[in-house]
Design a protein around this ligand. Structure first.
Ligand SMILES: Cc1ncc(COP(=O)(O)O)c(C=O)c1O
Length: 367
């Protein structure tokens, strides 16, 4: 029976398999938290990247404060896995989801949600009231600080929403969130920093406006891997939410340089060679995503990867020895979060010896 175990070498793994270099991953965690924590901000890592309560706990052990999740179904799995201090960063809308939120909140009262509309706030408040839950749910107003996705406009519209929330007895407004996702991958560091600082002014300015109106705004949360260091340096920001830094991908490496290492790869095997300068490997669209460009073979700069259907990919080269049937190659994903969502298991190794095996616990948790 196929059953790889800690102590096995990577050669024991069938392919495609998702592998994590623990030395590199731990260095990424130490580097991000080592930079941010001394500034006084909390680091609430976005767990949409790792999809694993075990990894969330490793981040907490390193100094993180709970975690963010994008979806309610991710929160359910994280909470069941022992991660209590969770912020759900997407709006909770619709009867089925609100009912799930109420059930989750009953068991896990530290869960927090963002909202950007009076309709959403009223819906959640009513469900909590009908459920007879006395303690108020902690909520944050989601602000649009330039991404043009969710989030109410900063300033007066946000204040009006705060006043609405203030009238709802089952909700307690504790903060504001403003995610500047459109800036994370800007290659020009100066442009990334300047635009980020402008977004942070909208966020902290609205937090101040709400405080002047009497609201106790304790949390001002924002940022991702590309901007966290700038956010942490802006007055009024209390918390940052980077996620991808733990593993990185080629897209982020191209934008940020080698600030963090690519610690996760997808191990592949050459399954066919039918001519010079080209082999076919067993990773295609089912194991590597392509929304942010194509994956790259690790340590093989002369080889270029092109997906070739669901299960196949072509590696081609113009000069050099290339690869032979049966050779193995580690592919660095171009976009880490959705690539992880294609796999069941992480094989974490140190210098080629498997040390830990983690399930991708929130894989497929899209609701
Ligand atoms: C609201 C929010 N915060 C933080 C992040 C983390 O960003 P990254 O993985 O780029 O560090 C994301 C990613 O999509 C997000 O949607």
């Amino acid at each position: 029976m196929y059953n790889p175990q800690p102590g096995d070498t990577l050669d024991a793994l069938d392919t495609p398999s998702m592998v994590v270099d623990l030395d590199l991953m731990e260095a990424n965690i130490a580097s991000m938290l080592g930079r941010l924590l001394p500034t006084g901000v909390k680091v609430r890592p976005h767990l949409k990247t790792t999809k694993s309560p075990l990894l969330a706990q490793k981040l907490i052990d390193a100094g993180a404060t709970g975690g963010c999740v994008a979806k309610l179904s991710e929160a359910e799995v994280m909470a069941a896995g022992g991660i209590e201090d969770l912020l759900i960063t997407c709006e909770i809308i619709g009867k089925p989801k609100v009912a799930r939120l109420v059930a989750l909140f009953r068991q896990h009262p530290q869960v927090k949600v963002v909202l950007d509309s009076a309709a959403g706030a009223t819906m959640i408040n009513q469900a909590l009231e009908e459920a007879g839950i006395a303690a108020p749910l902690q909520v944050l107003i989601d602000l649009d600080v330039g991404q043009n996705r969710t989030g109410i406009a900063p300033g007066a519209p946000a204040l009006e929403l705060a006043r609405t929330i203030g009238r709802l007895k089952n909700l307690r407004l504790i903060g504001v969130q403003g995610y500047e996702g459109h800036l994370q991958h800007l290659h020009d560091r100066q442009a990334r920093e300047e635009n980020c600082r402008a977004s942070m002014l909208l966020l902290s300015g609205t937090a101040d406006l709400l405080r002047e109106a009497g609201f106790e705004i304790e949390t001002v949360t924002t940022g991702g891997t590309g901007t966290a260091e700038f956010c942490a340096d802006c007055p009024g920001i209390t918390e940052v939410q980077p996620g991808s830094f733990i593993f990185m991908d080629t897209d982020y490496r191209n934008a940020l340089g080698q600030v963090f290492s690519n610690s996760l790869t997808v191990l592949a095997t050459v399954i066919s060679k039918q001519g010079p300068g080209r082999v076919v490997i067993d990773t295609g669209l089912k194991s590597l995503t392509t929304d942010s460009g194509y994956a790259e073979p690790k340590n093989l700069p002369d080889l270029v990867y092109t997906p070739n259907g669901d299960e196949h990919g072509t590696l081609s080269w113009k000069s050099g020895p290339g690869l032979e049937i049966g050779d193995r190659v580690e592919m660095i994903p171009s976009h880490i979060d959705p690539t992880i969502n294609l796999h069941d298991t992480y094989y974490a190794h140190r210098k080629g010896i498997i040390e830990e095996i983690w399930p991708v616990a929130t894989r497929g948790k899209v609701q």
